[in-house]
Design a protein around this ligand. Structure first.
Ligand SMILES: [Zn+2]
Length: 181
């Protein structure tokens, strides 16, 4: 594999999609296709949006693998990044209400929402584990080692979790005009 190097946001790619090093979702289409092919039963039907940053793909894939291994009848409703954390919502797992306070994000789980089936406790724990791990995993490159200084950061009101090395690229990407992202 050869990574495209030295192309930092200059050329306008009309033919083919250039990969920007600060794009958290540069490889999402491949990751999405991979999991849908491997676990089609988990991705059937309608959903509210399934999208996760490249650096967290192994976390999402890990939860999907766990579901498959244990034969848990789960369909994903929503997978996303929120407040710099990975959130995975499955049909049958208690819904989670979220609130944002001035100094950050807090959330709580409210069990027993209408229409939801009591969650498989182990799956809920597994999802929580992935969520916790996402706060220590760069959502761009997947780095987890302490030397990478992975932490949750905020940029113009947007929370994201990244390592020191990826932050300049992510800032550069976010600064691009919308039609160039
Ligand atoms: Zn990184």
């Amino acid at each position: 594999m050869s990574g495209p190097a030295g192309n930092d946001g200059e050329g306008v790619a009309t033919a083919g999609k250039a990969v920007h090093p600060g794009d958290l979702y540069a490889h999402f289409a491949e990751h999405d296709a991979e999991l849908k092919a491997r676990y089609p039963e988990q991705f059937q039907g309608q959903n509210l949006g399934l999208r996760w940053p490249d650096g967290w793909h192994t976390l999402v894939a890990g939860v999907c693998a766990y579901v498959a291994e244990h034969g848990i009848p789960v369909r994903w409703h929503q997978i996303k990044e929120k407040f710099g954390e990975l959130r995975m919502y499955a049909e049958g797992v208690a819904l989670r209400a979220e609130f944002q306070s001035a100094d950050g994000a807090t959330s709580f789980t409210s069990a027993g929402e209408e229409g939801s089936v009591p969650a498989a406790p182990t799956l809920e724990a597994k999802i929580r584990e992935a969520q916790t791990a996402s706060l220590q995993t760069c959502s761009r490159c997947g780095a987890t080692d302490p030397s990478a200084q992975v932490t949750r950061r905020v940029l113009a009101g947007w929370w994201f979790t990244a390592c020191d090395r990826c932050v300049p690229d992510i800032h550069a990407y976010v600064a691009l005009p919308r039609d160039q992202r």
